[in-house]
Write a protein that binds this ligand. Sequence first.
Ligand code: TXA
Ligand code: MG
Length: 338
Amino acid sequence: MNTEFLHDTPEDIARAASLLHDGELVAFPTETVYGLGADARREDSVRAVFAAKGRPADNPLIVHIAETEQIYDIASEVPDLALRLAEAFWPGPLTMVLPKRDCIPLVTSGGLETVGIRMPKHPVARALIRESGCPIAAPSANRSGKPSPTTARHVMDDMDGRIAAVLDGGLCEVGVESTVICFDDPKTIHILRPGLISREDLAPYAARVYVDKAIFEQVAPDTKVASPGMKYKHYSPDAKILPVDAPDFEAFSHYVRNHAVFGTYCLLFDADPEVEGIPSMRYGDSGAEQAHYLFLRFRELDEAGAKLVYVRMPRHDGADLSVYNRLMRAAGFEVISL
Ligand code: TXA
Ligand code: MG
């Protein structure tokens, strides 16, 4: 298959919309990461998404909508709390898991009776959903296990020849995937995957916000988890990623210089000096900057030929929890603690 490379123009968005309408797969930009889209109602198209990614069939897809009202087409029950959150955070990087309607096949929901729903903020994504007339099922547009793509070129690196088209919308602003939540009861929000929208952001709307423990620790492959995506190793570049929890830069630098092998790189904060003799890349200082750059740097480290990457440990409160979670999962939860 020859993958079309489309641009952010009305003609190209119309072309992408018509491909989706015809059941084809199209990768498109969102504010978080690029998604690999298909008509969420068509079993054949959704099966093709799983095949193109090499994704396990029990890992459900998120359904993307362009207007809040479409939530009623996808979910069979919408609690008041979900509506209040939609009003506060949509369009934006929040996915809500709700009971699904029959129009969403079990292939899309990974066999579950629930479905994750999100209204993205990126104007190209919303135009595409509107013009195609489809609710769009879209996982991140990487091959399963790879870092999520934040540029159209990174999508092409993984998907060229496997999908009908890629729609280029520039570099994604947020850089890590949406916050995924479900509701344990009408007043309790349960965070299944951390993202830019943090526990602190959600707290004013609910009596309780519970953060799933799979965010902090490795889950055994055969465990039953609230969100199937949590049990798979994820987001990892080919290079081995090793976060180093050091009291300061000096301790980090000392450790790395004494444990460098062929192909060693460091991933540093912007404010850090160089680690003498070791090539480095940087991923920002604040949580928002680190989220924006983390996956981009993972892919650049592979392109540079890195084999082992010592990473400065991000903070893990607020929005920074999303960066910590992606890093820990890329590292298979192995950390050097000094
Ligand atoms: O920002 C994002 O969410 C991006 C863009 C493209 O929208 N999408 C994305 O999709 O990250 P994906 O498939 O890579 O991750 C979806 C996550 C998985 O961890 C999955 O297990 C969880 O959402 N999920 C989806 N539907 C669910 C459901 N019904 N119940 C529990 N977890 C669900
Ligand atoms: Mg993904």
